[in-house]
Design a protein around this ligand. Structure first.
Ligand code: FAD
Length: 509
């Protein structure tokens, strides 16, 4: 566990303006007019503040409320689009017992709680208005039991720290590439990364979790104590059943050899490149996982594949051959140590700095990665896309080129270890997909994203990835969980009958 530090304070040392004004209103201080106008000041404390004083008694870790220095930085999630959503307070419990105290307090006072691990929910579901955020940043331990081969991770650990902490023991778990994603939110909704086809999803390696439940208990959930709840946590655990304070994973030895590669084509080959990729990537050797990109660029759109191979780069020329017929390609590849490779995927800002800087600004002392403002949607594809489907996607990115902001369509290859798990073996149902499509828009408003997503309806499976959670999705119960939904509903009713853990796309809404 890392102790509270100066990162808890507002970096500017100033009270945020919006909160300052809201705080004045709460104290009955009103401005009657322009400069020099009369003000009235009552001594009445707002109800919210009295309530939060009780939370402060209940929790040992810091509790930050509106009007306090650093409140806005504490309230904000990664996606800046939700900066106006402000909770009653942000509590930062020090350990699992402290989380349980906060959950008990929330139940006793009928205040809705929301767990936050890395704060990367696409829909901002780790914050809320009118409730309390339980920010797990101090539950960030990364432990490894060598004899048992088990990694034990705190509910607030971020992926870059997980990769670094486990690499020091010569092991790893498969997970995504964004360094500051929280391992809890990630694993509880799936967790797809560039070791996915070889080692499975993050959630496939999860075998036990410690959970603070609505009844005020702290319980270790495993296949003996509560197999149904463990089943539910593996794919549907994000925000639904309680607050996960610790996760236990089967760890994998670091691969002896490891390589990265990229293949880029001229834009005119985009449709053919996508066709070659979709027939190759989900069936390639399992040690190889790749992501296909169609994206706007500085002057023209770009098409490329980037990937990771758990083997020597010298073998890649033969493995990448099926992509050769799609047009004139530029291929780059190289050997790299596994951990250094994870830093490479984390982005250039990370490779160039110490690991301290490789965290979102404000979430860890020294974190430098900026927050972002974006929208996203997703689809799964279980049969190869037709020429019409491919043309739609290529045309959509071409149309987005030159507009404000940027747009991209990313394709995560499935198959391999991911698809060897049965759809009902865990709550993560998407086991028959060839790949997952993710549509992303930065700074362009909602219309392009909605348009391309709507245009693809006849070409995709109708399922969507719950970790790319989309607040606009209609039948999300089916899209995220398919035939597993009724079983999830029964588990939610048993574990949280009063639906204390709730959000707009919670099981049971
Ligand atoms: C820049 C970026 C890159 C990404 N890259 C990938 C990728 O490569 N692969 C991939 O699969 N996904 C990726 N994602 C998606 C990511 O996996 C999800 O957004 C994930 O839910 C984020 O988890 P978090 O803990 O950071 O988010 P949070 O916002 O903290 O949490 C997400 C949800 O889980 C709940 N939750 C959080 N902690 C707990 C807990 N301890 N117990 C119970 N519920 C909890 C929250 O209440 C919320 O509903 C990416 C997201 C972003 C923004």
């Amino acid at each position: 566990m890392s102790e509270p530090s100066s990162a808890d304070a507002d970096p500017a040392g100033a009270v945020d303006r919006r909160v300052f004004l809201a705080g004045l209103a709460g104290y009955g201080l009103t401005f009657a007019g322009g400069a020099g106008a009369a003000v009235s000041l009552s001594r009445r404390r707002p109800r919210g503040s009295r309530l939060i004083a009780g939370l402060r008694q209940a929790v040992r870790g810091p509790v930050i409320e509106p009007g306090q220095s650093g409140f806005l930085a504490a309230a904000h999630v990664y996606n800046e689009r939700f900066d106006d959503v402000l909770p009653l307070a942000v509590a930062r419990p020090l350990d699992a017992a402290d989380v349980r105290s906060a959950v008990r307090w929330a139940a006793a006072h009928d205040v809705p709680p929301r767990a936050r691990s890395g704060g990367h929910s696409y829909a901002g579901y780790s914050t809320l208005a009118g409730g309390i955020v339980l920010d797990l940043r101090y539950l960030s331990q990364v432990g490894f039991d060598r004899r048992a081969g088990i990694a034990t991770l705190g509910g607030g650990a971020q992926l870059i720290d997980v990769y670094a902490g486990l690499a020091a023991h010569g092991v790893t778990i498969p997970a995504g590439s964004c360094p500051s994603v929280g391992v809890a939110g990630h694993a509880l909704g799936g967790g797809m990364g560039l070791a996915g086809r070889a080692l499975g999803l993050t959630t496939d390696n999860l075998f036990a979790a410690e959970l603070a439940t609505a009844d005020g208990r702290l319980q270790r959930v495993d296949r003996h104590s509560d197999p149904e709840l463990l089943w539910a946590l593996r794919g549907a655990g994000g925000g639904n059943f309680g607050v996960v304070t610790e996760l236990e994973f089967h760890a994998h030895r670091l691969p002896r050899a490891c390589a990265w590669f990229s293949v880029a084509w001229p834009w005119a080959s985009a449709g053919d490149a996508l066709d070659a990729w979709q027939h190759w990537a989900p069936h390639a050797r399992e040690q190889l996982t790749s992501v296909f990109h169609l994206e706007t660029g500085a002057e023209r759109p770009r098409v490329l594949v980037a990937g990771q191979y758990l083997g020597p780069a010298g073998e890649l020329a033969r493995l990448l051959e099926p992509l050769a017929g799609a047009g004139p390609a530029t291929v780059r590849a190289g050997d790299q140590d596994y951990f250094d490779l994870q830093v490479r995927w984390a982005g250039p800002a990370c490779s160039a700095q110490s690991l301290q800087g490789c965290h979102t600004v404000g979430t860890r002392p020294g974190g430098t990665l900026p927050r972002e403002s974006f929208r996203a949607k997703s689809d799964y594809v279980s049969r190869p896309l037709s020429p019409t489907g491919r043309e739609l996607l290529v045309a959509a990115v071409a149309a987005r080129q030159g507009q404000p902001g940027s747009g991209s369509i990313l394709f995560d290859s499935y198959g391999g270890a991911i698809n060897r798990v049965a759809p009902d073996a865990t709550a993560f149902v998407h086991r028959e997909a060839l790949f997952c499509i993710q549509y992303l828009d930065y700074g362009g408003g909602p219309s392009w994203l909605r348009g391309v997503h709507a245009a693809m309806r006849g070409h995709v499976s109708g399922m969507a990835y719950q970790n790319y959670i989309d607040p606009e999705l209609g039948d999300w119960q089916h899209a995220y969980y398919g035939a597993n939904y009724p079983r999830l509903l029964a588990i939610r009713r048993r574990v949280d009958p009063d639906h204390r853990f709730n959000f707009p796309q919670a099981i049971g809404r």
